[in-house]
Structure formats: C-alpha cells, structure tokens
Write a protein that binds this ligand. Sequence first.
Ligand SMILES: *[C@@H]1O[C@H](CO)[C@@H](O)[C@H](O)[C@H]1NC(C)=O
Ligand SMILES: *[C@@H]1O[C@H](CO)[C@@H](O)[C@H](O)[C@H]1NC(C)=O
Length: 594
Amino acid sequence: MPIVRRWVPSLLLAVVILTLFYHASQYRSDLDSPIKQNIPGTPRPHSGGHFNWAGRVQHYPVTQLTHLPREKPKRLPPVQYTFRRESEQFRSQRLQRREVVKQTFQKCWQSYKTKAWMKDELAPISGRGRNAFGGWSATLVDALDTLWIMDMTSEFEIAAAAAKGIDFSTSTDETINVFETTIRYLGGFLAAYELSGSIGMLDKAVEVGEMLLVTFDTPNHFPITRWKWENAVEGVRQVTPDWMLLSELGSLSLEFTRLSQLTNDMRWFHAVDRITKLLEKQQMQTKLPGLWPVVVDPRNENLTSDTAFTFGGMSDSAYEYLPKQFALLGGVSSEYQKMYERAMATAVDALFFRPMTPNGDDILISGDARIADNGSAPELKPLGQHLGCFAGGMLALGGRLFSNQDHIILGRKLTDGCIWAYKAMERGIMPEIARFVPCESKDTCVWEEKKWHAAVLAKPAPSGEVRVAQEVTRQKNLPEGYADVLDKRYILRPEAIESVFIMYRITGDKRYQEVAWEMFTAINDVSKTELANAAIADITRPKSEGEAPKQDRMESFWLAETLKYFYLIFSEPGLISLDKYVLNTEAHPLRRPV
Ligand SMILES: *[C@@H]1O[C@H](CO)[C@@H](O)[C@H](O)[C@H]1NC(C)=O
Ligand SMILES: *[C@@H]1O[C@H](CO)[C@@H](O)[C@H](O)[C@H]1NC(C)=O
C-alpha cells in the first residue's frame, strides 16, 4: 500500500505531461493541416484544455432542486400498431431495401473515417474535414447509435473509444450553440449509452451536461443559448439574453430530464423545469394564445411580445418535445399534455391549411401565422418548410399517447402533405421552403388553374396574364400547386421521412414503406457523390439542364437521423419500438421508464 502511494504522484505527473504533449501535438497538426484555412474559427485550447466545468465556481448557486416526479410511471396507451407476420415476399424486399440504406450509410461512414475523422463533418465533395459544431466530432457522436442500430458493433466500439477522448473544455468556436450541443452531443451520448450500456458513454453525457449547466449560471437561471464559453471559463458573470429563439429555449427538456433520470442528479431536471413552468404560465397570454412566438425574452421572463408563429424552423422542436416529454416522464406530469393540447387546438385553425392540388388531395400543410398590430385575425402565410414536416409525426404520436383519434387523422394529413410536396417536384424532393395555394375550406377543394396562376404571380391574373404565369412557372420549374419556391435547397434533412416512419409504426400501413423507398431513391440519386452524399443547392433545377448543383456539406443529421429513419422503416417494428423509446429531435432514442 505505501509503495503504491509513493508511486502515485510521479504517475500522475507522467500522465499530465503525456496529456499536455498529446494536446500540443494535436493542436500543431491541426494548424499544419492544409484543410485548416477552409475551416471557420481557429482552435482555442484554453490553458491546455481540460478545464473542469463541474468545478467552476457558480455566481448564482441554486439552493433547492426540483425533483423528478416520484410517482410510478403510468401504463400509457400503446403507440405502435400490432404488427402481424409478414409474407416471405414482403420480408425479402424489405430487407433488400434496408441493405441498400445500410450500404449508403457505410459508404459515408468510411469516408468520414478516412477523410475527416474527429472533425465535425465530412465535406462530401472535396473530402476535407470541417468543424461547424464546436469542433467535438459532431458526426462521430451523432452517428454512434446508428452504428449500433445498424449492427456495426465493431465500428461502434472504435467510435466510442475515440469519443472518450473528446475534450469539452475547449472548442473551435468562439460561440457555442447550446441547443445544437444538447441535441447532437448530449443526445448522442445518452442514446449510445441507452443502447450499448457502455458506462463511458454516460460519463461523456455527464461531461457535456456539466458544461451545459454553466449556461444556466445567470441571475434568473435561464440559459444563454449562444454562449461565449471562454468568458465562463474566466469567471465572468453571465446574464441570459433578452432575445432568443423559442426552439433553442424549449427543446432542452428531453435530454436534461433523461440525464437526471440516469444519474439521479436533479440539477439538469431542475434547470429545464424552470423553462417548462414559464412556458405553461404564459402560453395563453401570447398574441396567439396557445402558441408561443418565434422570439422570446427569457431575461425578463416574457414570452408574449413577438408576433410571428410557426411549427417550422426556430420553433419546431419546442412543440415536438411536449408529448415526448410527457412519455419520458411516464405520463405523470399532466402539464405537458395540457400544453400540447392547447398548442394543437390553436395550430389547427391558425397554422394548418389545405393546399390546392390538381387531384384535390385531402392533405394539410403547416404554415406560418402573423398577428397584425390592429388586432385583426391572424394572417396565414401559406408556406411549407421542410423543417415543419415533423408535425405529422408529432400529431400522430400525440394522438396515440392521449387517445385522440382526430390527432391521428391530422397527423396522417400533414404527413401526406409532405409526401405530396415531395412527389410533385420533378426530382421527387421537397425544397427547404415553398409557398402553396391555400384552399378556402379544409373539406373540399377543387383545382382552379386561374387561382394557381394568380398565386404564382402573387396578384390576380386576368386572362391576358396566363402566358405570363406560364412563363414564370416554366422559368422557376414550379409544378402545379407550387406558387413559389423561396429556398431551393434540400440539405439532406430528415423531417419528412421521420413522419412517414412514425405513421408506419402507428398504423402498420405498408404504403408508407413504398413512399419511404421512393423518397430514399430520389434523395440518394440526386445527392450521392464519390465519397458520400451532399446537400443540394437547387432542387428545382430541371432535369433537362443536367444534375442538380451540390454543396460541399453533409450535416451530421444525415447519418444520425435521415438514414436511421430509412433503416428503421425497413426493419422489424420491434427495433427501437416507440413503446419503449422517445426519439429526441436528432433521432436519438431515449428509454421510456416502465
Ligand atoms: C411582456 O412585455 C409586454 C410588452 O412590454 C407587456 O405588455 C407585458 O405585460 C409583459 N408580460 C409579462 C408577463 O411580463
Ligand atoms: C390590419 O393589418 C393587416 C396587416 O397590416 C391588414 O392586412 C388588415 O387589413 C388590417 N385590418 C384592419 C381591420 O384594419
């Protein structure tokens, strides 16, 4: 024993020296790398890295922690359809398709491994590495659970071992996006732990969680979502901003709650519970009661001023997390059900519209609403965002959890809206943002070409202007029903397949597998590169003019979400059953309590 003790100090010293040397050499090789000049931001190792977030002195210590609900989890209604045995023919086709999805993933993963290992992203055309999310190997962490799900266990082990070395006490970015860090890194580690049981992954989740908690060290304990971490290291007093996006404030709950459940340390649950209480308190005081606006003010704890409302970008997951958090808490916190039901009741009238289509399809799209100062009714903007395509899955899941058949129907119609928006486009993929033609009524809607032309021209089209409208639709390559495309990109996003997957698991309808295969084929055809898959700069480009132009980006959600959902829809329904897991907004499965 004494001998061991005498050895400990020198051993420690050796470890410290080796660690410093390792980090110094990493830093240097980063600078030497020819890739470097293309990566935004410069490496900022802080005092040699390994700042201990957990040991940082708090300026505003929390005195009493809210505890997770102590009631036993309730038995909630089943989410998934009771699947029957499938025919041999179905099975073999399904598995063939699944194999193609897996091969696509494997190709991307191998390229990431050889060309961009430990970087946030692989640049899929140039083959470079790129840091875009703190420089903590976003693609690696985000893909951990997909590796496990796809049965690539030896690759998982390699990636998990590498992930243990990621240093969250320093960053390549000056400003850290707390929302992205939570959903991709914290969510990624939590799911890797849930599936593999590897305690090292939970340790990393805690490490990220300790860092994220520091963003709550403000006078009123609301977080700083765009965070200058170096100030925090230096001990500067922080204050939460008076301007923040709803999704960035409202989508931390699942990950923080799960971390508290797994560690029995209430600090994380306490932090997000404060946000929930404010959301609940002011939900009916906003300019469109039931919904919270895109921009909120946590410094003054005021969510009521802004006039813009949407389920699209900058808000989306704040709503998505309501039914999911209800499930994750075992159904014992009724406030999430209440908030979900109030929000959906308003959204049905204010956000959802039926787009006019040539076949009169009975479908819905979730648009935007704005409130004018003069107190008139909310103005609907008939936009459809790809990001908003998650809404169908949310309504269907809520419909199951709260036994509300109407919501399942709404979920079906919203999902079908995105499926239509995909199919209508020449390349079979919905663009990032488009404008449609809203029907007067959600019950019936007859196609009127004149009305479409007027919408294309954004003004009434007298008969003489038909030629002008036709010219515009040709020039913009707009299919019938599309009035305009405001953002022509498709950046490998998952929201449409996410809802298709959830609808499949809830209804058992094989039509969704056919749709999924069409979507996958369309996406892979247009986005594949020699190395991986790339974002598309203009999905509207006519086929007659050649390939759709690509961007040198492959965000980590392609491997974390899009390909995972495609793989799961062709898998046995027991794999990541929605009765056992909720998936965070980055598709990381978190286990529901039993
Ligand atoms: C929020 O701010 C608005 C405008 O300044 C004010 O009218 C309202 O009373 C405030 N609401 C709350 C709950 O503080
Ligand atoms: C209120 O303002 C909106 C947008 O500025 C306008 O379209 C609408 O006609 C106005 N309503 C009334 C009643 O003045």
